[in-house]
Design a protein around this ligand. Structure first.
Ligand SMILES: [Zn+2]
Length: 182
């Protein structure tokens, strides 16, 4: 999955579902949504794409945060880290899969699912629905052999524009409805 989608989708979800959450934490930790893809730099697409890494980072933030930012904020920060990093693995779950249990298992896991509408004999004969799904279980090499990864795609740009339009629309709508100040 591309960086824009990895970043925008989880951050916007947090902002929409928990509007009162401290923005410094929401934005300050948002780099975690894209950090797993840094393992491309070392040519090893597994080091940062696994559950152990997610737990280590979230646990590390909780332990370090308790002393520096207080119990409550450290708890929120570690939940955010869990969600941001977990969302990355979830968004990557399609082909060729994610090495969820690395370094204990060097297999990629995931699934592919499509629901297709078919009009094989022309629309006049009605539309049919066809589901296609498969569980992925590939050797790790299937990911390390990948040389190209999407950086920006049409779907990503459209998603980001849609989310921005929604946010701007919500702000304008709110401002119009806000009661006049005394
Ligand atoms: Zn990734």
């Amino acid at each position: 999955m591309e960086p824009l989608v990895h970043l925008f989708l989880p951050v916007m979800l947090v902002l929409a579902l928990y509007p009162r959450m401290e923005k410094r934490l929401v934005w300050g930790l948002c780099f975690l949504t894209v950090i797993p893809d840094l393992d491309v730099v070392v040519g090893h697409r597994s080091l940062l794409h696994n559950l152990l890494f997610v737990l280590l980072v979230a646990g590390g933030i909780w332990l370090a945060g308790r002393k520096t930012m207080g119990e409550e904020r450290a708890r929120i920060a570690s939940y955010l880290a869990l969600f941001y990093l977990g969302s990355h693995l979830l968004l990557d779950i399609g082909s060729p899969g994610v090495p969820l249990f690395y370094p204990f298992s060097d297999h990629l896991y995931g699934f592919n699912f499509y629901l297709l509408t078919t009009a094989v004999n022309g629309l006049g004969n009605g539309l049919g629905l066809r589901a296609q799904g498969s569980i992925i279980n590939n050797p790790l090499q299937a990911a390390t052999a990948m040389t190209d990864a999407p950086a920006v795609t049409t779907l990503g740009v459209v998603l980001v524009v849609l989310v921005l339009l929604l946010l701007v629309g919500r702000k304008l709508f709110k401002e119009r409805r806000a009661p006049p100040k005394p």
